[in-house]
Design a protein around this ligand. Structure first.
Ligand code: HEM
Length: 136
């Protein structure tokens, strides 16, 4: 059970990174070219946040199983606390920024907020992945 969850959690990261990368490029280009905010922009951000939320749920499940089996101590500080905390902060920033983007009055500001939200969240997520893979 634990190893299945762990594998699913580890593999899902590629979809997260792919969607964050595509979103970031799309929003940055939209911002720089002052494009109109369209339905594909809305859908892309929504899908990306859902995919990241699934990663969050699998991480919480992993953490919960590890805790219930008394494994947290064995995981070490970085895997048990620093990685989850970094990711929770990243995901909170992504959600707040994405919400803010959707409520802007102009398309340019929507692209700007979406770019900043996905950029900051993406960098933190890369850092959080590096924390656990560097020591694997
Ligand atoms: C975007 C968010 C996240 C990404 C991309 C991500 C990715 C990863 C990756 C790549 C690993 C290492 C797998 C390996 O060693 O091969 C890992 C491990 C782990 N993650 Fe996450 N994670 C995220 C969020 C979270 C969250 C929110 C939690 C908990 C609340 C969490 C809990 C854990 C734990 C406990 C491990 C270590 C498992 C072990 O070594 O047995 N993750 N994560």
């Amino acid at each position: 059970m634990y190893s299945f969850l762990m594998q699913a959690h580890a593999d899902w990261r590629y979809l997260v990174l792919l969607l964050l990368g595509v979103s970031l490029v799309k929003y940055l280009v939209g911002w720089l070219r002052s494009s109109s905010w369209g339905r594909p922009d809305q859908i892309l951000g929504t899908v990306t946040t859902i995919v990241v939320d699934i990663q969050l749920l699998s991480g919480l499940a992993l953490w919960g199983v590890a805790m219930s089996q008394g494994l947290l101590g064995q995981l070490g500080r970085v895997r048990a606390f620093e990685h989850p905390t970094t990711m929770l902060v990243a995901i909170a920033i992504m959600h707040l920024g994405w919400r803010r983007a959707r409520h802007q009055a102009t398309d340019r500001d929507r692209f700007r907020w979406a770019t900043l939200a996905f950029l900051v969240a993406g960098l933190l997520i890369l850092l959080g992945i590096r924390l656990v893979t560097r020591m694997a």
